[in-house]
Structure formats: structure tokens, C-alpha cells
Design a protein. Sequence first.
Length: 295
Amino acid sequence: MPFRSGFVALIGRPNVGKSTLLNHLVGEKVAITSPVAQTTRNRLRAILTTPTAQLVLLDTPGIHKPHHLLGQRLVQSARGAIGEVDQVLLLVDGSQPAGRGDAWIVELLRQARTPVQVALNKSDRVGADADDIAATYREIVSPVWPLHRCSALTGAGCPALVEALAAALPPGPHLYPPEMVSDQPEQLLMAELVREQVLLHTREEVPHSVAVQIDRIVDDGPRTAVLATVLVERSSQKGILIGQGGRMLKEIGRGARLQMQKLIDGPVYLELFVKVVPNWRRHPGRLAELGYRGD
Ligand code: GDP
Ligand code: MG
């Protein structure tokens, strides 16, 4: 059997488990996950190397109806990803029947010529209704798209899924060194880890208007010092993030620091600042600066 390699875009509605799956597959934290929808803003490239294949996975922002400039850019980014890859993995929430959002994505994928495989995720949450739910997806997808069941949380069905994806890639060499798991700069991964903690610790009034900028990473002897700024749109949000006596920011910083230490495998000193930048989401220049490209 020839070695196979190629790019696989993970496509799916927000919250179906794309980031969780990606993290599970590469066995290291490369994408952030949270119970809040739309947490993945940047296309993230994770690299999965098996003895017979190398899959380069792109985590796309969840596709949804855009409401503002940032929303539109998220959709453009997902659309762009479809045309550039060897294969698409359409991830759906298999614990719920197919809905209109799923049908919309299926249409988008049918218009592209890229081969598609479908994974019904969250199989750990279905029981006797599994086949009935699967039938609702069977009904809307193309008959030539293979259907798989998996749980990104428990890992059930994941090896078979990887095998099926690998088998459908073209023969080719390693695209990245086998030991690499991500080609995202450390800085971006660190920013995502801070943003994840903000989402975990705050309620709905904050998350969607938060961006994180890593100002400096200093190799400080045994420790790595990281200076980061959390951008919010309103001063009320800044107040929430800082919290009573700075307690909230401390919690956020502690969580992010622990994750960063895992990422770089060494001690981290993290200093967080909060800055108010009104309407940062509506400034194209600002978006570009933070790495959200409308390509
Ligand atoms: P994304 O928006 O598609 O990237 O979704 P995330 O990966 O951020 O996951 C959204 C939520 O679904 C998180 O709370 C995950 O823990 C949860 N989730 C993801 N995969 C599974 C799964 O296989 N089973 C269960 N029960 N929950 C899952
Ligand atoms: Mg995600």
C-alpha cells in the first residue's frame, strides 16, 4: 500500500465537536473547545501522522448565518477551506436529528467537487434512537458520502474514521515532519488558550466581543514569560473580566497558564491586561491585525 497524504477540512455547524475531535485525533491540545458556540475563529491546522498516512486537518469556524462583519468573515473562511482541500469531513451532532442548518451546509458541499465523508459525532449520547437519527442525515446527504459514527469525547469510532479518511487521500509523501502536531505559531495557540479561559469563566455578555493579543513571549531562564492583552468592546465587559478585586482575571490567567505550560512543556509566567477597544469587530484593519483574514 502506498503512503497517502493530504488536507482534510473539518466542516460543521458550531458546537458539533470539531475542535474536540481535532484535539482527540492529534492527542494534544491544538484547538480550543467550549460549551459556547463559535469559539474557533482561526483556521487551525493539525497534523495527524499514522504509519501509513499523514492527514493535515483544518478546523474551520462553524458555519452559520452571518450577522456582522466578523460573522461574514467566519463563513468566508469556511467556504474557502472547502475548495482548497483533498477531502472534507462533515461533522454533525449525531445526538440530534438533522436540521435546517445541516441541510444548508450539505448544499454548500454539494456545490463543491471535493469528496466528503460524514461523521455523526456524540455517539456516546445516543441510545435506541441512533438509527432513526442517522436516517435523518442519510436522507439529506449525497448517497456517495460514507457515513461514520464517532465520539470525539470518548474516542469511540475515531480509529475507523481516521482509517477511512486516510484511505481516501491520494498517494503522497509526508507534508510535514511526523513529530509535528500543528503548524500554527505558538503565539496564536497561546492567544486561543487565553480566549478559551475567558469563555469558560464568563457569561454571554462577554465571549463574542473578546479577542486576545499576545504582546510578548520572553524566554526568562527556566520560565517563559508571556504578556497578553484581552480586548473587549465595552468598559462594562472589562469590569466583568477583571472581577471583584481582580479575582476573575486571576482565575482566567491561572487556567490559561496551566494550559500554556502543557503546550510548551515548561513553567510559564503569564501577565494579562484588559483593554477596551470599542467596536473592534467592525474594523477591518483591526480584524486583519488579529489574524482574521477575509479570504
Ligand atoms: P465546535 O464548535 O464544533 O468546534 O465544537 P467543540 O469541539 O467546541 O464542542 C462543543 C461542545 O460539545 C463541547 O462542550 C464539547 O465538550 C462537546 N462535545 C464535543 N464532542 C462530543 C462528543 O463526542 N460527545 C459529547 N457528549 N459531547 C461532545
Ligand atoms: Mg471549534
